[in-house]
Design a protein around this ligand. Structure first.
Ligand code: SF4
Length: 415
């Protein structure tokens, strides 16, 4: 399953303090920047853009938390020759990253064929766009040669905990099936292999096991998103605010985990994971005066625990709409990042179909950015989401001025 936005995206790269992004993020939180200026910034800023292509609507697993359940597509699935035209147009747009996902891309040959086609196109155009893929890992042994040849910039394999939690969520034996391919991929891709983990009720108390058992496969970075409630998946997996607080607090205990290699946990916190983002802001890890930025414009806090475990919290308290990340569905619909979660609304929230734009993603993007739905994403954000971020920030600011007797057992990493 693709992450709500687009998976781990190759992790954070570099460490600096880009004043423009840090000041923007602080201005969003403090209220120093108006809603219309936030929208203007997001529309105009030269973000490193990600386009995610969902190649099919089929999967061999039936995970309890799967949000990507689409009963029927709104039209015929795109053919391989149509995807070829989309890939060429996408590379012409010069985004930072093109991410191939499915439900499961290695169910059938089309995912491996698409990887080969996209890579060939990239090389023939001399493009510097990164290419990544997301898979549940269980079927990849059928396509190892193709995956190796594709020379991916990153590969995400989804693991939802250690063996026990993963199999409880994804089906008995699914950890072992993914593990055999993950071990191969770790040897092949090294630090370009990532695990994508969805934090939820079935695994949030077992992160230590998850780290031990996932990193034993050779994976060095685990990207963590948070389960978001949708009525057609198992809603009992959603964490309450108290459980989210407990989860963030428990991360300090991970300094007891035994690590056989350097390991990073990277948390993806943004408007689509609002409850988790607010819990992060209530936690000891939220340190706006120590915000860092990476080479691709992510703002984050970073810590190193005493056992060497690195915790990174990537934080984007503003909408992305189509300006930082967007998605093409199997039938060619163009969706804003915020609209990728709830598939029941794909039909009405599509911003256009590639077929109606002669597969020209530049024209489609231009059309999409002026659609009322995009305006609505910003207005909903201003009305419902932004006030919650600002309230959490005001409380954080007030509490930070009160001395705390709690000893800190972690060290922030500074630029
Ligand atoms: S692996 Fe699980 S979460 Fe991912 S698409 Fe398949 S059923 Fe959904």
């Amino acid at each position: 399953m693709p992450g709500i936005m687009s998976g781990v995206r190759g992790g954070l790269k570099g460490r600096s303090t880009d004043p423009q992004l840090v000041e923007f993020t602080m201005g969003v939180l403090s209220g120093a920047i108006s809603s219309s200026d936030i929208e203007e910034f997001v529309r105009q800023h030269a973000f490193d853009r990600t386009l995610t292509f969902v190649l099919n609507n089929s999967c061999n697993l039936s995970c309890r938390h799967c949000y990507l359940q689409v009963e029927s597509l709104t039209g015929n699935a795109l053919r391989a020759d149509e995807w070829d035209r989309i890939f060429e147009s996408a590379l012409d747009q010069n985004p930072d990253l093109l991410c191939l996902s499915g439900k499961e891309i290695f169910l059938g040959n089309s995912g491996a064929d698409a990887l080969a086609a996209l890579t060939a196109k990239k090389h023939s155009l001399g493009s510097r766009t990164r290419i990544g893929a997301i898979t549940n890992g269980t079927l990849m042994h059928r396509y190892r040669a193709a995956v190796e040849q594709a020379d991916l910039d990153y590969l995400d394999i989804s693991f939802d905990g250690g063996i026990k939690a993963h199999d409880a969520l994804r089906g008995s034996g699914s950890f072992a099936a993914a593990a055999q391919n993950a071990t191969w991929a770790a040897q092949t891709f090294g630090g370009r292999l990532f695990a994508g983990l969805t934090v939820q009720r079935a695994n949030f108390k077992a992160m230590s096991e998850a780290i031990t058992e996932i990193t034993a496969l050779g994976i060095q970075t685990i990207g963590c998103g948070f389960y978001q409630r949708v009525p057609y998946s198992d809603e009992s997996l959603a964490l309450t605010d108290a459980e989210l607080d407990q989860f963030f607090e428990s991360l300090a205990d991970l300094d007891n985990a035994e690590l056989s290699q350097p390991v990073t946990l990277l948390f993806d916190l943004h408007t689509a994971t609002l409850d988790a983002s607010l819990a992060f802001m209530r936690s000891r890890w939220f340190a706006p005066d120590q915000f860092l930025t990476d080479d691709r414009g992510e703002v984050f806090n970073e810590y190193q625990l005493s056992n060497g475990l690195r915790l990174q919290f990537s934080f984007a308290p503003y909408p992305m709409a189509v300006f930082k990340s967007a998605r093409i569905t199997p039938e060619g619909n163009y969706l804003a990042a915020e609209d990728t979660l709830d598939t029941r609304f794909y039909r009405v929230r599509t911003l256009g179909n590639v077929r109606d734009f002669d597969y020209d993603l530049g024209r489609l993007h231009e059309h999409a950015s002026h659609q009322p739905r995009v305006k609505r994403i910003f207005s909903d954000y201003s009305e419902y989401v932004l006030p919650q971020f600002q309230e959490a920030f005001a409380i954080h600011t007030m509490l930070s001025s009160v001395p705390t007797p709690r000893a800190l057992t972690f060290a922030p990493v500074l630029a």
